[in-house]
Design a binder for this molecule. Structure first.
Ligand code: GDP
Length: 139
């Protein structure tokens, strides 16, 4: 069953490049309501835990280093069928494959430095949202 919430991060590459405003604007223009929002920075342990599913992949070390190198923006978003709708809005993992009009097409630099994260299931959206926000921060 579709939930109405998903979780996103604006990744360090996009924060460094000054694209927080542009990306949040694409998100709200697409009809998502922001229900939680913060600028924060992942520790190495945070990034290793968040991406634990990828810990056997050859790019895992690179991914953890990238995700901890500067601040990120974490947010919980609300919209009907939020997980699927947001995956469509962000586009393919590799910006070379991302469709026109997607966030990654506009802002991602490479398959690794790809500007945004979007949860891939309702279950992970709930886990990832709770990783970053206390219940009283979820409006
Ligand atoms: P997503 O769900 O579209 O974010 O993609 P995945 O779950 O497959 O991968 C998680 C994240 O790992 C991606 O968003 C990238 O930041 C990173 N990643 C995936 N594939 C590669 C790769 O081949 N090289 C590097 N350096 N990073 C990758």
């Amino acid at each position: 069953m579709a939930t109405n919430r998903t979780f996103t991060m604006i990744k360090p590459d996009a924060v460094e490049a000054g694209n927080i405003g542009g990306i949040l604007n694409m998100i709200t223009e697409a009809g998502f309501k922001i229900v939680s929002l913060k600028l924060t920075q992942l520790t190495t342990a945070d990034a290793q835990a968040f991406y634990a599913v990828h810990n056997a992949r050859p790019f895992f070390g690179e991914l953890v280093e990238f995700m901890t190198r500067g601040p990120i923006v974490a947010a919980i978003l609300e919209k009907d069928n939020a997980v699927e709708a947001f995956r469509t809005l962000i586009g393919a993992t590799n910006p070379a494959d991302a469709a026109e009009g997607t966030i990654r097409k506009k802002y991602a630099k490479s398959i690794g430095e790809n500007a945004v994260h979007g949860s891939d299931s309702d279950e992970n959206a709930a886990i990832e949202g709770a990783f970053h926000f206390a219940g009283r921060e979820q409006f």
